[in-house]
Design a protein around this ligand. Structure first.
Ligand SMILES: NC(=O)c1ccc[n+]([C@@H]2O[C@H](COP(=O)([O-])OP(=O)(O)OC[C@H]3O[C@@H](n4cnc5c(N)ncnc54)[C@H](O)[C@@H]3O)[C@@H](O)[C@H]2O)c1
Length: 253
């Protein structure tokens, strides 16, 4: 998909990897809008870049649908949806106080898998009404998994399940949406330097990235944005989850 003049909503766009994607798409001629928590820096960033911001909590599925439709109407349509908003908890299958509570497992799946599916299904519904480009393409969905989807660590059972769900739904989603010219892809980052990980002390970063092949450091938000842009631009990328990990494999802990 050619970027110039396309319309994008970036969920989680007030920080980290999604903010880098906002900036890269914006500077590439895309009409971008940010959706993020009302208390995020979204309003400030929106004002700085002169782009729309919509305060939204992705855990409220019905409201998120209404918000995305409103934002897309403001942009004049939708071709690109990027979502990073999500997260997990550290909890083992058996805790000191008994088995992993179901409500904690469900909360993580609701945030990191179900909300991503909600964003995809609503975005695809809007994208299907776009004019196709010369290749028949109308839209691209870029979701965020994690390498924990493939080698979840001790205490990541809920998070790994949710992210494996994100990775696993890309192929059936791409197959479902092929007839409307919408692609579905996920990015699985290793450890990236973002709002979520900025508090990690330097020596711990060294230990955490020791098993990377090269470079032995955290990924940069801009490196996520570069892959997101490649995915959007390259029509042959579909139905897959790409690891962005410097050759890292998570150890058990
Ligand atoms: N940073 C890493 O090392 C890393 C590695 C693998 C995967 N991930 C995934 O990346 C995503 C986090 O992105 P980041 O690392 O750039 O972090 P970040 O904290 O910098 O950005 C996340 C953004 O999502 C927003 N957000 C969180 N919950 C939300 C909600 N309920 N509704 C709306 N917006 C919400 C936050 O306000 C924030 O602006 C998560 O899905 C996480 O699982 C991160």
């Amino acid at each position: 998909m050619k970027l110039q003049g396309k319309k994008a909503v970036v969920i989680g766009g007030a920080s980290g990897m999604a903010l880098a994607a906002v900036k890269l798409l914006h500077s590439s001629g895309v009409k971008v809008a940010i959706m993020d928590l009302p208390g995020s820096r979204g309003a400030e960033i929106g004002a700085e870049l002169d782009i729309p911001f919509k305060g939204c909590n992705i855990m409220d599925y019905a409201q998120m649908e209404a918000d995305m439709r409103e934002v897309a109407a403001e942009l004049g349509g939708l071709n690109i949806m990027v979502i990073t908003a999500g997260g997990g908890i550290g909890m083992r299958t058996l805790t000191r106080n008994g088995p992993h509570p179901m409500e904690d497992f469900t909360r993580v799946v609701n945030l990191s898998l179900n909300a991503t599916f909600n964003a995809c299904r609503v975005a695809a519904d809007i994208m299907k009404d776009e004019e196709p480009d010369e290749g028949g393409e109308r839209g691209v969905l870029v979701c965020t998994a994690s390498i924990a989807a493939f080698e979840g660590q001790i205490g990541q059972v809920a998070y790994a399940a949710a992210k494996a769900g994100v990775a696993g739904m890309m192929l059936p989603m791409a197959r479902d949406l092929g007839n409307v010219g919408v692609r579905a892809m996920a990015i699985a980052p290793s450890l990236f330097s973002t709002g979520a990980t900025q508090g990690i002390p330097e020596e711990m970063v060294g230990a955490l990235t020791r098993d990377s092949a090269f470079p032995k450091r955290m990924g940069l938000p801009e490196e996520y944005a570069l892959l997101a842009r490649s995915i959007i631009e390259n029509p042959m990328l579909n139905g897959n989850c790409i690891r962005l990990d410097a050759g890292m494999r998570f150890a058990p802990k």
